[in-house]
Design a protein around this ligand. Structure first.
Ligand code: P1T
Length: 379
């Protein structure tokens, strides 16, 4: 089946007891047993819950994975992957990642003896140079948050696996979603998501997920999911499942709207630089055109008036709401340096105060352009 159909049906059979078409919200912490260990597949809701199982199965199919796991947040999913490592292990990460990811690497796991280095993963020579004998993970975001660099997943995976077949290539697929590309089919080993974003799609739930076809790795991740318990509740799983049903149509419109907004910004005399993978001025436009179904809904840009103009602009938009997060139906605007990426200050990943990031929603593109035009005119 195509991804449009899988997003609606995968993992979601009508409820066997009632015929309910929508997956029920199994709001229960425990499941009755006929005798010790005699049950219908569920014992305790940290270990497993039918609503969560439907979401895990659906997301696994969407990513073309054999296995899926759902978590209470994107960060909880990332944290679980990092727990696979031992002191002394090295992670080669992109030099542009979500601020919370960098914070977890740098402020938490470094003190447990993990070694992180950050490289320009769009440069394949930098990937080769960055790998070490103790490298266990290559950590990719693409497009990256917030500079929207596009990493060639197949090329990086081939380099990493040729160097050492034990290296696991992890792709945070939050910005692209499996609708724009499926990293596992491109050679990656593990996919991680913040389902808070495009997968949920309506800014009403926080969640995370992991997909992999590596069964041994999955068993370890599943052990950690149960052992640590950062699991999503059934209502949150239901909300992501419901959001997923419209993933394909939403991503089509996010991409269409974002391209129109990016072109408007690129032509505006007050704008200094626009970063959008769909513009042919983007350094990895060719990779994006080959790798992605469309160029996504995220745009970053700077103004000729610099940081001061940026602060004024984000307060002057009316339709674009000034808020962290992304991927919902409504458009959002933010300054990463002071909001989502504050933790990168003083690090090689530091984001300048002039950078503005927008998540282009599903409003009419003309209304979005007019809102940015009036905010730019008010400078
Ligand atoms: O917020 P949470 O569901 O825990 O997901 C963390 C996360 C992981 N990976 C990427 C690429 C992300 O962008 C995020 C969260 N990002 C934001 C909240 C943001 O505004 O960028």
């Amino acid at each position: 089946m195509h991804i449009e159909s899988l997003a609606i049906h995968a993992g979601q059979k009508p409820d066997p007891t009632t015929g309910a078409v929508m997956t029920p919200i199994y709001q229960t912490s425990t499941f009755v047993q006929a005798g010790v260990g005699e049950h219908q597949g569920y014992e305790y809701a940290r270990t497993g819950n039918p609503t969560r199982a439907a979401l895990e199965a659906c997301l696994a199919e969407l990513e073309g994975a054999a296995h899926g796991l759902a978590f209470a947040s994107g960060m909880a999913a990332i944290d679980t992957i990092l727990k696979l490592l031992d002191p002394g292990d090295h992670v080669l990460a992109s030099n542009d990642v979500y601020g919370g990811t960098f914070r977890l690497f740098d402020k938490q796991y470094r003190k447990y003896g993990l070694d992180f280095s950050y490289a320009e993963l769009t440069d394949l020579d930098a990937v080769r140079a960055g790998l070490r004998p103790n490298t266990r993970f290559v950590w990719i975001e693409t497009p990256t948050n917030p500079r929207l660099k596009v990493v060639d997943i197949a090329a990086v995976a081939e380099i990493a696996h040729t160097q050492n077949p034990e290296i696991r290539v992890v792709v945070d697929n939050t910005f692209a979603t499996p609708y724009l590309h499926q990293p596992l089919t491109l050679g990656a080993d593990v996919v991680v998501h913040s389902t808070t974003k495009y997968l949920g799609g309506h800014s009403d739930v926080v969640g995370g997920a992991i997909q992999t076809s590596d069964t041994a790795l999955f068993e370890k991740l599943k052990f950690l999911q149960n052992a640590a318990g950062a699991v999503p509740g059934p209502m949150d799983c239901f909300l992501v499942l419901r959001g997923l049903k419209t993933l394909a149509v939403r991503m089509d419109r996010h991409g269409e709207n974002a391209l129109a907004v990016a072109q408007f910004l690129a032509d505006h005399p007050g704008v200094a630089d626009v970063i959008y993978p769909g513009l042919d001025t983007h350094p990895q436009h060719a990779v994006a055109a080959r790798q992605m179904r469309n160029f996504g809904g995220m745009i970053s840009f700077t103004l000729k008036g610099g940081a001061e103009a940026a602060r004024k602009l984000v307060a002057a938009t009316r339709l674009f709401a000034l808020a962290e997060s992304l991927g919902g139906v409504e458009s959002l605007i933010e300054l990463p340096a002071g909001m989502t990426h504050g933790s990168t200050k003083g690090s090689p990943l530091e984001v300048g105060p002039e950078l503005i990031r927008i998540s282009v929603g599903l409003e009419h593109k003309q209304d979005l352009i007019e809102d940015l035009a009036q905010a730019l005119a008010s400078q």
